[in-house]
Design a protein around this ligand. Structure first.
Ligand SMILES: [Mn+2]
Length: 342
């Protein structure tokens, strides 16, 4: 195939020891993070399809009920089958994708359930602690999909139209349709090459972005209704309680990009969505606009993620958690340099 290669998509960026570790394995377990997103499922699917080509058996960890309805599309595209913890424990390598901390690994019993299985950790979260025997952490990558694209090429795997679609989904998801600060020349170059490889972009974006189930739509109405903005306009937040989420016909797995609702308020610099998908467990999605890093704010609550997009989870009634987090968020916003000086 005559795909043009640019310097930014050079496979020399892939650490050779990663390729060696994968090639040496016969049975490879694949795992992502809890509440998997398109990047997570897209990269699991791409490796699931590509590894058998190298004579490697792949086993995907995905505990029951993990996948949001809308992402089932990606599961079907890849024809993903989920392995049991016993099958995973018999692997000679487990590749953990898009997962910054061990405790977020989406495996029943976490990595402890796979004693003695060496871990290869591939991620684009700058906060990744490097918990693998091998680690490829590139905070400059838009998505894990961008890295897996390079890895598959370094391994000599064919980028089929389905693999291209799955990887494109990851980049498109994590960059929010090439609109966030992680939309770099490399993410666009990889997307270009995926388009050339036959990624089904229109179908994918229709399924993932342009259509919502009635229940997701009803949840959005709640998020709009609950959106608040600070007096100075710099902090916007919204909430969805357990009863509101389930009343709309949604569940914890359906909380995904609803933080975009408060984020869309003009002038907001720090944005938070508080959601109680599971009773008494409040997830916070933090977003920073125009160069504001919310990572330090998320870390105050034992969270992590990226500069522009971070998260944390706290236990307790949602009203109390909102009351606890908002003063910290207000103080955080007050300490930001005035916008003109940025
Ligand atoms: Mn990601």
């Amino acid at each position: 195939m005559s795909t043009p290669r640019t310097a930014v998509t050079d496979v020399a960026l892939v650490p050779p020891e990663l390729c060696e570790a994968i090639r040496a394995a016969k049975r490879v377990g694949l795992a992502g993070h809890v509440t998997p997103d398109a990047d997570c499922i897209g990269t699991l699917g791409a490796l699931w399809l590509a590894l058998p080509e190298l004579g490697i058996q792949a086993f995907v960890a995905m505990p029951e009920g993990s996948v949001a309805r809308k992402l089932q599309y990606l599961v079907k595209q890849a024809g993903l089958e989920f392995a049991s913890t016993e099958q995973l424990a018999e692997c000679d390598l487990v590749v953990v994708l898009d997962t910054a901390k061990q405790r977020r690994a989406n495996i029943d019993g976490k990595l402890d359930a796979l004693p003695g299985v060496p871990v290869l950790n591939i991620d684009h979260h700058a906060t990744n602690v490097g918990f693998g025997q091998w680690n490829w952490i590139d905070g400059g990558a838009s998505s894990t999909a961008e890295l897996i694209y390079l890895l598959l090429r370094a391994l000599g795997c064919q980028i089929t139209p389905t693999i291209a679609t799955l990887l494109y989904a990851g980049i498109h998801g994590d960059t929010q349709g090439f609109s966030l600060s992680n939309t770099t020349p490399r993410s666009l170059a990889v997307a270009h090459e995926l388009a050339e490889a036959g990624a089904r972009i229109v179908e994918l974006c229709e399924r993932l972005n342009r259509s919502r189930s009635r229940s997701e739509f009803d949840l959005l109405k709640v998020i709009y209704a609950n959106t608040c903005v600070s007096d100075d306009g710099q902090l916007a937040w919204s909430t969805a309680s357990y009863d509101e989420i389930h009343g709309a016909g949604c569940c914890a797995e359906d909380i995904d990009d609803q933080v975009e609702v408060p984020r869309s308020v003009e002038g907001s610099r720090v944005v938070i969505l508080f959601s109680e998908g599971h009773q008494g467990k409040v997830r916070m999605n933090f977003r920073g606009e125009r160069g504001v890093s919310v990572l330090e704010l998320a870390k105050q609550f034992d969270g992590g993620g990226h500069h522009a997009s971070a998260g944390a989870i706290l236990d307790g009634p949602i009203a109390e958690i909102v009351e606890r987090v908002l003063p910290a968020a207000r103080a955080f916003v007050a300490a930001l340099p005035p916008e003109e000086e940025e």
